[in-house]
Write a protein that binds this ligand. Sequence first.
Ligand SMILES: Cc1cc2nc3c(=O)[nH]c(=O)nc-3n(C[C@H](O)[C@H](O)[C@H](O)COP(=O)(O)OP(=O)(O)OC[C@H]3O[C@@H](n4cnc5c(N)ncnc54)[C@H](O)[C@@H]3O)c2cc1C
Length: 462
Amino acid sequence: MPLRPTSTLPTWLPEIECLFPGRCGTSASLREHHANSLTLLAAQPPDAVVFPETTAEVQELVRLAARHRLPLIAFGSGTSLEGHVNAPRGGIAVDFSRMNRVLAVRAQDLDCTVEPGVTLKQLAAELKPTGLFFPVDPGAEHATLGGMAATRASGTTTVRYGSMRDNVVSVTAVMASGDVVTTARRARKSAAGYDLTRLLVGSEGTLGLITALTLKLYGVPESASAAVAAFGTVGAACETATLAIQMGLGVARLELLDAEQIRCVNGQSGLQLAELPTLFVEFHGTFASCAADLTAFGEVAAATGGIDIKTAADEDGRRQIWRARHDAFWAVRTAWPGCQFVVTDVAVPLSALAAVVTETEADIQEFGLTAPIVGHVGDGNFHCIVAIDPADATARARIDTFLERLVQRALDNDGTATGEHGIGQGKARFLAAEHGCGVEVMRAVKTALDPLGILNPGKIFA
Ligand SMILES: Cc1cc2nc3c(=O)[nH]c(=O)nc-3n(C[C@H](O)[C@H](O)[C@H](O)COP(=O)(O)OP(=O)(O)OC[C@H]3O[C@@H](n4cnc5c(N)ncnc54)[C@H](O)[C@@H]3O)c2cc1C
């Protein structure tokens, strides 16, 4: 059934205002804030924004939206990068920032339950006194746990601890029918029926609105050590990363920054790293295992062409390295003021990584682009942050061709169009090439669970 046009806005607005007294806004600035702003995709603001505080309110909202055929676009912090929170058919942005309580921390079970609007930074602060931590670490510390689950996010520590797919024990979600479903109990394993947790994790707000999540926690390791190693080529850096993983070193983070990215990082952070392709690595374990891993990594890096291998002298040095890594995107934006940016990611099997990154670097040269490469190479995942000078009339066409080639190369190497950012609007055109008739199975799931198509329409499927 087609969605109702936004010209009918007045008929539903009073009902929404009644449901969310003082928590429903329609100002242009509020609506703009809730549309995609971090990509080249045109912003498509919703008609209204609401701020629920309970699962029951979300349930009421879903029932109301179904009656009026209104799109609902869940909104965490809006840091997603593929137009996920755009509202191409209008509708209501459901901003979860008021559902931001850590509901329980169970140290004995190594888990916690949170509302979806809890941010990564907030959870880290609340867990600090417990000696526990939640490991999934995308570059955006203001990302919410609801948004991270919905995009199946990962980050620098995924090589050791896994992504949201591995670290969400269960979610509670309001389905398009208005039913509230909790996808699993807290047992660490279960063979009871279909895995609804994994279905909802990565569903980008298209199958249900997540109102609570139970997450795995980990004990802070006894020791952590870090090193930085520069190489003559990105290929040599990737080969070193692959070897470190294959040797089973206690790698907790393993990141590549190409020479361009290092230049930006130096400018922003005050670090004075050699402007060469560089690996940032961190080990977690005991004091003895971290020291042994550092030594082994140094030996591998030296044998594979490492030019400048430095160990972070102390805790401050280690933090400085990772702060610089986390700020990589902002460092690029600072280095090219006035430019717009596309941040894209692909992932490939480790054995293909060095060749794929090297060929991508050659493409960047061939297309005359500015596109620093940075990546979670321990997972075979890397990003290009492509700068676009608005004054360059041919840039868009060249970038589109570059992005097509990047994804095609990943797929040709048995990789994926996106390792972590998700499909949203920006990558919908690649889904069929990656999944073939699997896309029809996905569509059937979507139609069965959301027959009116009210949950985040226009995403995932082209
Ligand atoms: C500088 C920078 C670095 C980044 N680095 C990484 C990285 O390393 N790894 C990575 O994975 N991502 C990264 N990202 C992308 C982004 O941070 C992630 O996609 C993040 O998971 C989005 O969280 P959010 O709260 O901002 O979600 P939003 O952008 O608000 O929403 C994302 C999607 O989730 C849906 N959603 C949000 N909340 C809910 C809910 N409660 N129920 C159902 N659906 C919901 C939305 O509808 C939307 O489809 C980065 C982004 C930036 C800006």
